[in-house]
Write a protein that binds this ligand. Structure first.
Ligand SMILES: Cc1ncc(COP(=O)(O)O)c(C=O)c1O
Length: 445
């Protein structure tokens, strides 16, 4: 193969060597956004797990926020609708805001499922939830604007970095079910431009309560009334509800607009097929909000091409109209999740009853469970445990039990909390993993 070269004349350099140097001393300064961007900690942990598995070690992987298709498949009828769309030749550019039939199908879906009344032009279709979150940031914040978000939480800081905003991470605690309420926001609201919330929450699996969400929405409305009379720019809300179909037991999912309709002019609701329909790789998402904002978001997203592929839109629109298939999928998916989360719930509960230093929050929503291993300052298996990373390494290396510390989600408070994610785990693997953890922790009890 011939190597391409750059630069004419005396000293030609190969493209390969130039590219290699860019990673070394001659590294060129890039934009602020590029320099601030960080690889996800979870991806690094995933790499370590992959290596261990390759060496033949038994590892229960509770780290990834994705699904193993053999455990959590996309509904077969949904796949068939997409194949059908391809067969019919739906392969050209879709309109930037989404195909009309897809926007209408989403409008009807949120009406039936969440009781929300939005017009079709209040629906924007995108390539999964992420580009819609990014477009919301682009629509709301300028560099330097203040963005509030709870920690632990999923990825808000990355969007803050990309947009050049100023992020203020507000710590949440187990005592408040890992969610904010209006008292946490009060000192910062007057200065903030955007608040990012997510429920059911990644990484904790907890659902925000009716009271907490109502209080926050009322505070946003009051703050915006003040700003409107003072001629100031409003405070906006991104409400990420990608796990809204996945709630368990007595837990309920609430939407801001349902609880406080007056918040609607300031709120964008984000959802996708990624979690509720196991379709993380299909890249189908939607944002719902005031039509003038949706229009601006669409016009920006058109330039970075963040639309959802046309065959997926045609297929999803047809699938979303099949209420029986949706109900059947939801039932079976919640059962599968409950089986796995329930095992962890009972297993960790029995360890606690036996005096081991473990506490957890019973499953409420999403595909996650929060557990705390209070091992700091203890000696376990000849290791002095001082940090969350020590706990993670202990569980992985001694018990083949792979978890993600809340640190990966910006949490700095109360030590020892970890996220357990069950999307890639089979029931029997969880049983075996719990036995291995018990064997490691028993002497620490
Ligand atoms: C809360 C939350 N929002 C959004 C996403 C990303 O969704 P998508 O894959 O549709 O971009 C995730 C993925 O883990 C998530 O946990």
């Amino acid at each position: 193969m011939r190597e391409s070269t750059v630069g004419a004349g005396a000293k030609e350099m190969s493209v390969v060597s130039v590219a290699a140097e860019l990673g070394g001393e001659r590294r060129l300064a890039l934009s602020g956004g590029a320099e601030r961007s960080r690889e996800s900690t979870i991806l690094k942990i995933a790499e370590e797990i992959r290596e261990r598995k390759q060496r033949g070690e038994q590892v229960l992987d509770l780290t990834i926020g994705d699904f193993r298709p053999d455990q959590f498949p996309v509904p077969a009828t949904y796949c068939e609708r997409i194949r059908e769309a391809l067969r019919e030749g739906h392969t050209n550019y879709p309109p930037v805001a989404g195909l009309p039939e897809m926007r209408e199908a989403v409008r009807d879906h949120v009406r039936k499922d969440l009781g929300l009344e939005y017009p079709t032009d209040g629906v924007l279709i995108g390539g999964g939830a992420r580009p819609l979150i990014y477009s919301s940031f682009m629509a709301f914040v300028d560099p330097g604007d203040l963005v509030l978000y709870p920690v632990p939480s999923w990825n808000s800081h990355h969007y803050v970095n990309l947009s050049g905003a100023r992020g203020l991470a507000l710590p949440v605690t187990a005592a408040k079910n890992f969610h904010l309420d209006h008292t946490d926001l009060a000192p910062h609201l007057a200065e903030a431009r955007l608040l990012c919330l997510n429920s059911p929450l990644n990484p904790t699996g907890t659902c925000i309560s009716r009271e907490a969400l109502t209080g926050i929405c009322r505070a946003i409305v009051t703050e915006n009334e003040r700003r409107s009379s003072a001629g100031e720019r409003p405070l906006f809300l991104i409400y990420d509800q990608v796990y809204n179909l996945l709630t368990f037991g007595k837990a309920e999912h609430f939407t801001p607009v349902h609880l406080v309709p007056e918040v609607a002019p300031y709120a964008i609701l984000i959802d996708a097929v990624s979690k509720g329909f196991c379709g993380t790789g299909l890249r189908v998402g939607w944002g719902i909000g005031p039509p003038p904002i949706i229009k601006k978001m669409a016009s920006m997203a058109g330039h970075y091409g963040a639309w959802c592929p046309r065959p997926q839109q045609v297929g999803t629109a047809r699938f979303l109209r099949d209420r029986a298939a949706i109900a059947e999928h939801r039932k079976s998916m919640v059962e599968r999740l409950e089986a796995r989360l329930g095992l962890l719930d009972r297993g960790l509960g029995s360890m606690r009853m036996a005096g081991m230093p473990v506490e957890h929050i019973e499953p409420q929503g999403a595909i996650y469970l929060s557990v705390r291993f209070a091992l700091h300052g203890r000696n376990v298996k000849g290791r002095l445990i001082e940090t969350n990373e020590d706990i993670r390494a202990l569980l992985l290396e001694e018990a083949g039990f792979a978890v993600v510390p809340f640190d990966a989600f910006g949490h700095e408070g109360e030590p020892g909390w970890m996220r357990l994610s069950v999307g890639a785990a089979a029931v029997e693997e969880i049983e075996a993993g719990l036995d291995r953890v018990r064997a490691v922790l028993e002497p620490a009890g």
